[in-house]
Design a protein around this ligand. Structure first.
Ligand code: BES
Ligand code: ZN
Ligand code: ZN
Length: 487
């Protein structure tokens, strides 16, 4: 998609459609006369995500004007603009529009607004239809988006903001491209290949540990999950080294990469099992985030690690009751083979620490319990370090990705006690997201660590006005902002 920043009035933009903002309770003076009937009938109120499409409005070069309700002016922030831009693009889909312009006037054209508008447009245009062969049914993406600001406002900082929005949204769409691939086509080795191609294209150093290497290292927790599948596992490692690091900090991003989760021998019910193709969404977010980090070049060392496995109940699958020795040396009693995410993450977290990571964030579709707790609105956040937690919450707020801080009290550890091994991999039914996080904490140890459970937020069961159904790209924006804000 072509992206451009211009200084222009709405009326001078020669494109297929111009999107202008309409604040609630503040009718635009230039529309009050020509659109009087729209206002008096209550068709234009300026409510959030209310759209009115007009053709051939006098005095405008553009063929169409889309009046986009922006809600109350005092409540309008970059996150609201991101959604509005996405919804506008989706609202215009199928109308034969190829060139589109957004007019951002005062109050909506700070650098963060420009970034958000670009992100919203690119994210909104993405569709999960890459395997449809009927061209007629596919959506017809807009080919150019222009951001128009009043003349005095176009500055190099806005150009940079536009570029940042493009990089983050393209990275999120790459992560969605990967997450949407069905599990027969996206095996652990193919996932590793996707990460390799991305790394080579943007100059990250790249490495995959294969099954033999993981055996040598003693990654028994990860290998135990993988052994029930004919598809071999992979531990994907992507490294970004800044030219001038401002500290000796080393950020590790770890993403759960279960390409399909049947539950293993503790098999899941068949109803809805197809959803478990998105059990690698955390891994896909880390791969996408590493791309954006490689291009935006924050001054901190970042390593992305994705343990990739398929959880199947094959004849060599691990059994409930098996005891495995993890890479850390701790023994784990596997009482439920469906609690596999924490097993592969345990070894990946230990590996990240061995590579020298001083701060860790893991992202995982880890538990059904977090969906019960928070629904599909917020991701659950757990941490052993208040300072890193605060940084994470700030980064996520800027990204417009909702996060909720969940508890990690020592009491949850009691549920993981077993006489047969150092730890068991499940607790009771109650507080399942917290015991899962507690299990991971055991492996993070003293290293500052944030765990993000995205089981409820990584995938949309239904489309939103501003986003197609399917993978949402969450929490890629937070991961990237965390690295960009690092000092
Ligand atoms: N991948 C699932 C968690 C999940 C559930 C993700 C719903 C997305 C939507 C995870 O591996 C799992 O199966 N967790 C179990 C843990 C239980 C056995 C302790 C769960 O949440 O039921
Ligand atoms: Zn599972
Ligand atoms: Zn899983």
């Amino acid at each position: 998609m072509k992206l451009e920043l211009v200084q222009s009035k709405a009326s001078d933009l020669d494109v297929d459609a111009v999107v202008v903002l309409e604040w609630e309770g503040l009718p635009r003076p230039e529309f009050e006369k020509p659109l009087a009937a729209f206002y008096s009938s209550g068709e234009i109120k300026g409510k959030r995500l209310e759209f009115t499409l007009l053709h051939g409005l006098e005095g405008y070069k553009a063929r169409r004007i889309l009046i986009a309700g922006a809600g109350k002016r005092e409540k309008f922030d970059p996150a609201a603009l991101r959604q509005l831009a996405g919804a506008a693009v989706r609202r215009l889909d199928g109308k034969g529009i190829s060139a589109l312009a957004f007019v951002l006037e005062d109050g909506a054209n700070a650098p963060e607004h420009v970034t958000a508008a670009v992100e919203g447009a690119l994210l909104g245009a993405w569709e999960p239809d890459y395997l449809k062969t009927d061209k007629e049914e596919k959506n017809k993406p807009i080919s150019s988006v222009t951001i128009a600001v009043p003349s005095q406002n176009a500055t190099p900082s806005l150009e940079k903001a536009l570029e940042k929005g493009r990089i983050i949204a393209e990275a999120a769409n790459l992560s969605r491209d990967i997450a949407v691939e069905p599990p027969n086509l996206l095996t652990p080795l193919i996932l590793a290949d996707r990460a390799r191609r991305m790394s080579e294209a943007c100059g990250l150093s790249f490495e995959v540990l294969d099954q033999d290497r993981m055996r040598q290292l003693g990654m028994g927790a990860l290998l135990g999950v993988a052994q029930g599948s004919a598809a071999p596992p992979a531990l994907i490692v992507m490294r970004y080294t800044p030219e001038h690091a401002t500290s000796t900090d080393h950020l590790g991003l770890v993403g759960k990469g279960v390409t399909f989760d049947t539950g293993g021998i503790s098999i899941k019910p068949s109803e809805g099992m197809d959803a478990m193709k998105y059990d690698m969404a955390g891994g896909a977010a880390v791969i996408g985030a590493m791309r954006a980090i490689a291009l935006l070049k924050p001054p901190v060392t970042v390593t992305g690690i994705v343990p990739a496995v398929e959880n199947m109940p094959g004849s060599r699958a691990q059994r409930p009751g098996d005891i495995v020795t993890s890479f850390s040396g701790k023994t784990i009693e596997v009482l439920n083979t469906d609690a596999e995410g924490r097993l592969i993450l345990a070894d990946a977290i230990t590996y990240a620490k061995q590579l020298g990571c001083t701060h860790l964030v893991d992202v995982a579709t880890l538990t059904g319990a977090i969906v019960v707790a928070l629904g599909h609105t917020s991701s659950g956040v757990f941490s052993n370090d208040d300072h890193l937690l605060a940084r994470w919450m700030t980064a996520s707020r800027e990204a417009g990705e909702k996060m909720w801080h969940m508890p990690l009290d020592d009491e949850y550890r009691d549920q993981l006690k077993t006489v047969y091994a150092d730890i068991q991999n499940i607790g009771t039914r109650k507080g399942g997201a917290c015991t899962a996080a507690m299990f991971l904490k055991e492996f993070a140890g003293d290293t500052p660590w944030v765990h993000v459970d995205v089981a409820g937020t990584a995938w949309l069961d239904d489309a939103k006005p501003f986003l197609a159904k399917g993978p949402a790209g969450v929490p890629l924006g937070s991961l990237v902002n965390l690295a960009l804000n690092w000092l």
